[in-house]
Structure formats: structure tokens, C-alpha cells
Design a protein around this ligand. Structure first.
Ligand code: ADQ
Length: 466
């Protein structure tokens, strides 16, 4: 079995066996890394005065990690800049908040070159290299320039934008050309994959598409696959029945005091559609007076990326919107929105999901959205809640038995909330069983195998990118 080298912006907590705060991605990659005796490489999250390329090796829960520190200017231009102020908004269809600064693009290139210089000596001839996400798109090409001939794959965790949006990026061709250095490119959904092929057809007409999933570029082939990420379904389901989750569930039930709980859990990000969600809920309150005092929305949204202006703006917009709705509808004994700006440990989160009659997951765009899957996995099989899911989340491609809504439409959100709250138990159970079967079947280990098997199948001779 070949050794796996995983490269991502941040190395996630690889915990120990049974660590309950590990995300699904960390679980799947840690398992594969442990099995193959591999290494997970990335930025430490720390800053240093001058970049040295010094690698800090550690071992957590049997997984070897290798991290480097970056200079403040690198963090500003590469991470806060090109990754989070240019690519993230553009790839989430938010060209209005995307910023196109040459300094950001330069910093992005510089940091990818630094990562390549640093990680290259760790790569041995038979290793499989798996690069993750939009922070690292050009890394594969940088490694090829340094003579790395290994099988290399790239997985994008966020949407791939429609061609016409991508054209707004000044260096779009360079960015996409760099992707041809990989042997396998993975997206979550057919939708993102189709947008990628559309772009290639128009911008690189000389590239031949061989069948469904191969691009022939000169003397080599790149496989392009849709491989949707899942959660660690069995573990999440089990954690919803552990004492910590059950205690949280009980606390939620007592605090709900017979009212129906609608739950939202998201990083505080403009792509998650939080304002639209609050407006949809407000529409529900304005058109369903009988629900007043009988239902409440708990929105858990820990702030993220607060160094970026657009994130500070969304936070303050949500503060005032939740205040306005509560001001209008609250009574002395009922608050319609409980808005909490902090994160919770996963087992407590599982208990909160389980206590919720409705899971409201309404991003405007999302590569996948794991909260939708976690909500389903945490439910009580005999009395499950109802998932309301945005059509524009990658997860909607698999989760057809959710109530699918257009997150821009307050009426659709309001109608779906009303439908969910009055749904007969038999229908709730039928929908949940279908959703749970998919979540359990295509879990995060399935996803890891789906990508890793494409990566380990030789399909072309190693490339050298000039
Ligand atoms: P994210 O944008 O971070 O991920 P998502 O898929 O929803 O979005 O995952 C969020 C994770 O963070 C979930 O596991 C959730 O439980 C956790 N989380 C969120 N809020 C939390 C809170 N308040 N407390 C504790 N935990 C919280 C990116 C892409 C997604 C894609 C994933 C994986 O944007 O589209 O699904 O990568 O590929």
C-alpha cells in the first residue's frame, strides 16, 4: 500500500481513537494516514517574522503531522487575501464582495511555492499526494516544477463557479492550468463538475474530453470525478446516544418547555444564508400567528474570519436583524430567536440536533454542507425531526427526501417550516429513513475510498509542468 501525503491549509485535530471532537474529514483522513503510515502537512496557524521552512513534526493519535509557520504578510495576502477575500466569495457566487488585488494573487503564489519547497523533501517516490481545497490549487504544479512525478490528486471542498463568474478572476487561466498538474481532480457534485467542464470547453478548446470523466492534455490524462463527502455517520449517530448528548438533549427539552425547536448551526459566513433564513422565519411568524409562543429558532453561529471586513459586516447585520425580529415578536415569556455566537463540542451538538423538530439548513451556496447530514444522523428513529435544505447546497443532490427550498425566498422557507411542523409522524419517519440510508451508506470513509481509489489507479504517465 502506498503512503499517503495529505496537504491542506490547516492540519485538523487528529485526536486519539474515540476523540469526540474530531470532524468527519479528520476522522477519514486520519484513518487513511494511520493505515498507510502517511503524513499530514499544512500551515500551523502561527506567524513568524521571517519564513524559515522549519517543519514541526508531531504525532497525534497515531498520525504524523508536519506544520510550518508563515509570515504575517503571507497570512494577510494568501489566507485572508486571495483565499478568503477573492476565491471564497467568487466560488460562492458573491462577486459583489470579491476583491481582486494583485498583491493577494502574488502572496498566494508565493505561499504555494513555499509550501512546495517545504513539503517536497518529505515526498518519497511511491507516495500518493492528496491536496485539499482552494487555498492550495497551484501546489501540484509547483511540486511538478520541482520534479515531483508522483500520483497527485486535488479535492475542492467548495463549489466550482459557473464559467462566466470565473472569468471575472484576472488570472483564471493560470489558476485552472495549474490544475492540469494533478492526475485526479475531485468535486462534491455533478453540478460543480459540469461547471468545470464548461469552463474547459470554452477556455481550453484544444483539450479533448475523453468520455465522461477524462481530460486529455498533451500526452497525459486527468481524471475529473464527483465524489460527495459524507460524515462519520456511525460515530455521529452513536454520539447522539452518549450520556453527554442525552444530557444536552434533556436540558434542551426542559428549556424548550413544550415548544418546538428549529435548529440552525453554521459558521458565521455570508454563504450560509443566515439573513435570508431569519427573514424566512420572520415571514413564518408573520403568517402563522398561532405558532407564536409555540416554536423558537435556535441559531448557533460562531464567528469566523473576523479579520475580513465582509465577515464583520454580516455579524453586525445579523445582530440587528435578530434584535429587530425579537423586538417585534417576543413576549415576556417567549423569545422567537435564540442567537448564540459560539461553537459547541460535537457530542453536545448531537444532543441539540436530536432535540430539534426541524433542522434549517439554508446556505445560498455550499460545496456540500455537513450540518445537514449531522442533523439527520442525530435523530431518534422513532420520532425524527424534519430537514429543510437549500437547493443550492451540494448536499441537495443526495438528500432528495429533505424539504428542498430556495433560500432566497422567504415564502418558501416559511412554507417549509409550516409543512415540517405539521408533518405526520409516518411521513417524518419515511423521509428520515431514506435520508439516513444515504448518510450511512455514503459516509466519510466511503468518500475517502472513492477519491483514494481513483488516485491510486494509474491512468497516465507522470507529468512535468513547465
Ligand atoms: P464549512 O463551510 O465549514 O466546510 P460544513 O460542511 O457545514 O461547512 O461543516 C461545518 C462543520 O463545522 C460541521 O461539522 C459542523 O458540525 C461544525 N460546526 C458548525 N458550526 C458549529 C458550532 N457552532 N459548534 C460546533 N461545530 C460547528 C467546507 C465547505 C462545505 C463542505 C465542507 C467539507 O464550505 O461545503 O461540506 O468543507 O467538504
Amino acid at each position: 500500500m502506498s503512503r499517503l501525503i495529505v496537504i491542506s491549509n490547516r492540519v485538523q485535530s487528529t485526536g486519539g481513537e474515540g476523540s469526540t471532537n474530531q470532524g468527519g474529514l479528520a476522522v477519514a483522513l486520519s484513518a487513511a494516514l494511520r493505515e498507510s503510515n502517511g503524513i499530514w502537512f499544512g500551515w500551523s496557524g502561527d506567524e513568524i517574522d521571517h519564513f524559515t521552512g522549519h517543519i514541526n513534526f508531531q504525532r497525534h493519535g497515531g498520525v504524523a503531522t508536519a506544520t510550518v509557520d508563515l509570515e504575517a504578510q503571507d497570512v494577510e495576502e494568501y489566507y485572508n487575501g486571495f483565499a478568503n477575500r477573492t476565491l471564497w466569495p467568487l466560488f460562492h457566487y458573491r462577486i459583489d464582495v470579491a476583491e481582486f488585488e494583485r498583491g493577494f494573487a502574488d502572496g498566494y503564489e508565493r505561499v504555494n511555492a513555499r509550501f512546495a519547497d517545504t513539503v517536497q523533501p518529505l515526498i518519497e517516490p511511491d507516495d500518493l499526494v492528496w491536496v485539499h481545497d482552494y487555498h492550495m490549487i497551484p501546489l501540484g504544479a509547483e511540486l511538478r516544477r520541482r520534479g515531483v512525478g508522483n500520483r497527485m490528486g486535488f479535492f475542492l471542498h467548495i463549489p466550482w463557479p459557473p464559467m462566466r463568474l470565473l472569468l471575472a478572476l484576472p488570472n483564471h487561466r493560470e489558476l485552472v492550468e495549474a490544475m492540469f498538474a494533478y492526475d485526479v481532480i475531485g468535486f462534491h457534485t455533478r453540478d460543480w463538475l459540469d461547471s468545470f467542464f464548461d469552463y474547459i470547453r470554452v477556455e481550453f478548446p484544444e483539450i479533448y474530453r475523453d468520455g465522461e470523466d477524462r481530460l486529455v492534455i498533451g500526452d497525459r490524462a486527468v481524471r475529473v470525478i464527483a465524489c460527495p463527502i459524507g460524515i462519520d455517520a456511525a460515530a455521529f449517530r452513536a454520539s447522539a446516544e452518549q450520556p453527554e448528548a442525552l444530557a444536552t438533549y434533556e436540558r434542551m427539552r426542559i428549556s424548550a418547555n413544550g415548544r418546538d425547536l428549529i435548529i440552525g448551526v453554521d459558521r458565521l459566513d455570508y454563504s450560509k444564508g443566515l439573513q435570508e433564513r431569519f427573514l424566512g422565519y420572520e415571514r413564518f411568524l408573520s403568517s402563522h400567528a398561532t405558532a407564536h409562543g409555540r416554536v423558537f429558532l435556535l441559531q448557533i453561529a460562531p464567528p469566523s474570519r473576523e479579520d475580513v471586513q465582509s465577515y464583520r459586516e454580516i455579524r453586525s447585520a445579523l445582530d440587528s436583524l435578530s434584535g429587530r425580529i425579537n423586538g417585534e415578536y417576543a413576549t415576556v415569556e417567549w423569545v422567537p430567536i435564540r442567537y448564540v455566537n459560539k461553537g459547541y463540542p460535537r457530542d453536545q451538538l448531537a444532543g441539540i440536533y436530536r432535540a430539534a423538530r426541524v433542522g434549517l439548513v439554508t446556505p445560498l451556496r455550499d460545496g456540500m454542507n455537513l450540518v445537514a447530514k449531522e442533523y439527520v444522523a442525530a435523530q431518534d428513529a422513532d420520532d425524527p425531526g424534519v430537514l429543510i435544505l437549500s437547493r443550492f447546497a451540494g448536499a441537495a443532490e443526495q438528500m432528495r427526501d429533505a424539504l428542498l427550498v430556495n433560500p432566497h425566498s422567504p415564502e418558501e422557507i416559511a412554507d417549509a417550516i409550516a409543512q415540517a411542523l405539521s408533518m405526520p409522524k409516518a411521513e417524518r419517519i419515511r423521509r428520515w429513513q431514506a435520508l439516513m440510508a444515504g448518510v450511512a451508506d455514503q459516509d466519510v470513509i466511503w468518500w475517502q475510498r472513492c477519491f483514494a481509489s481513483a488516485l491510486s489507479e494509474p491512468s497516465s504517465s507522470p507529468a512535468t509542468v513547465e
